[in-house]
Unconditional design. Structure first.
Length: 206
């Protein structure tokens, strides 16, 4: 089943969101699935679950988005991969795709000697209680968009202005602080390959 991976470099968040929406709206049963690897300048994104969200009191832009979940932060030095996938065609449900995303990150960190894990009731990936990766998807006609973000080498301080993903006091971490020396580009490409492999062989999930 065809899968196209695109390395976009630094992109503007809102333009990329609009491109994902347009891609999903226009796709047909024959449209190949795509993975988009990118980074964004500083931006908060607020998902559809907006009840009780603590909003940031700073000058960083806040964008209302159509994914699930609450509020998170994107910034330079963070790997972002968007998944534009026809779930029905691949025989996947959302929970299976989320597990695939989490597993790709867990495998990437394990290759570098770091034990990471997923939380059943709080999607994402964690290391010793600190969140290192966030996930969020939007499903439309059994096709999804949005995706994952992995903190690599970034300024983590903007996370302190919010309750990340709606959890007050949730600590965040990044690969640099765990002793990994790879750049966002290097880790992004490695993570992209792991996702490609899992999507081609979904039965290999741990």
């Amino acid at each position: 089943m065809q899968l196209i991976s695109r390395t976009l470099g630094l992109t503007e968040y809102e333009k990329t969101l609009q491109a994902m929406q347009a891609f999903t709206q226009a796709r047909t049963p024959d449209t190949p699935d795509e993975l988009w690897l990118t980074e964004h300048d500083s931006v908060y994104t607020l998902g559809l679950n907006r009840k009780g969200v603590r909003l940031p009191q700073n000058n960083i832009p806040l964008v209302l988005v159509d994914r699930g979940g609450k509020i998170t932060y994107h910034g330079l030095g963070q790997v972002v991969i968007y998944l534009l996938i026809d779930l029905k065609r691949r025989g996947l449900n959302v929970r299976q795709l989320v597990s695939m995303m989490e597993d790709s990150i867990i495998r990437l960190l394990a290759k570098n000697g770091i034990k990471a894990y997923a939380e059943k009731d709080a999607p994402g990936v964690y290391v010793e209680g600190a969140k290192i990766a966030s996930l969020g998807l939007r499903l439309k006609n059994q096709c999804c968009y949005h995706g994952l973000s992995l903190n690599v080498d970034m300024d983590l301080s903007p996370f302190s202005a919010i309750d990340p993903c709606g959890y007050a006091g949730l600590r965040v971490t990044q690969t640099k602080d765990l002793g990994m020396l790879q750049t966002p580009v290097q880790l992004g490409l490695s993570l992209l390959k792991l996702l490609e492999d899992l999507l081609h062989e979904p039965n290999s999930l741990t």
